[in-house]
Design a protein around this ligand. Sequence first.
Ligand code: DUC
Ligand code: ZN
Ligand code: ZN
Length: 466
Amino acid sequence: MSFLIKGGTVVGPAGPTPADVLVDGETIAAVFAPDRGPEDVETIDATGKYVIPGAIDAHTHMQMPFGGTEASDTFATGTRAAAFGGTTTIVDFAIQRYGEVVQDGLAAWHAKTAGNCHIDYGFHMILGGVDDESLKAMDQLVADEGITSFKLFMAYPGVFYSDDGQILRAMQKARDNGAMIMMHAENGPAIDVLVKQALERGETDPYYHGVTRPQELEAEATSRAIWLASVAADCPLYIVHLSASKALEQVAAARDAGRNVFAETCPQYLYLTLEDQLGAPGFEGAKWVCSTPLRSKHESHRADLWRGLRTNDLAVVSTDHCPFCMKDQKEMGVGDFSKIPNGIGGVEHRVDLLYQGVVDGKLSLGRWVETIATTPARMFGMYPRKGVIAPGSDADIVLYDPAGRTRIGVETHHMNMDYSAWEGWEIAGKVDTVISRGAVLVQGDEYKGRAGHGRYVPRGLSEYLV
Ligand code: DUC
Ligand code: ZN
Ligand code: ZN
């Protein structure tokens, strides 16, 4: 089926241009100057709307076993919620646990997703055990499975933690096969000492989750990862969920030196704080327990992160969507913050929350699209199939209403969470229509998608490497 998206303003990294977009089947057939397209096709009226590439969330954890429980969104509920928010592709993290065959971990994630996803999806691979076998598996995943990025953890000793020698070996392998190393950069052994000391002092509230993960331990790990990658002949390195000014300084210095170092941040670090959210009265703060943690409002983190997005020291905004309900899940940590499962759900809200940054004068329109769609596609080997409105690309398209408003809350969101980290926020802009490979998934408040529409996206290498 063909249709013309007519009368809108197409926005790409270079900014806004009035244009009409012809969709034929699953792909974009042509982009026309206004009123120059065919007249004998169905039209979707985009007057007054931005027409942007479907957003790509390069960091999600649907139904992830973690912290003694499992993330509360399934691939079905989470990808449906993502679609409501204008996201048409996610890259989730398949997991190899310590001692497990990497390919078995991957097969488990394919089994979870098959037939369940409402939008397209790819996988990064978490390596929970770096050894000869898993290093060999990295080559196979890059060559045959469309998995070109591997996450390692400098935190969580005894769970996902890799030591420096393991990290270096994985980086050397990535340098050889072109893969990206994604790093959870926090000094886990040092954090564990601080956590134990805090609990011994009776500091058990969620607030202390943040206090025991100071920015110095994020900056130190970020710096160490950057130097290890340097030793591995400038292996491609991507710092995930960067939250703190001092960590950003490390990334900026590496980038100024011309290194293959990249970073993402997440909406929670751009807006929320240690004091106002994690420090909420009683156990409320558990809603915002995530790692890396929210940072102090008395320091310049949020302003620095917005600036980093403008200067490209932060290339991508992802959500790190890792939702847990308060009931029975976050509650596991009543009386001991270290038992609160780490994670915030937000896959539905990233596009809107970043658009608010445009309205606030913190990002240009072009940079909005670049950080939520185009760069994730290029960073993770999906471009130009995804992340751009151009002939031949998948017809993943969002009509965005800049005059609309979005009110966020548990009553209206579609994620499987019994609270919202953004409860009561009313922000500018509204997702109007969401199209995935030519199929309309969302029109106004109506949902027209289905589980099983989403397909696995095998990925190539990052485009940004030198
Ligand atoms: N790191 C993540 O990237 N996601 C969830 C928890 C964590 O520590
Ligand atoms: Zn992490
Ligand atoms: Zn994550």
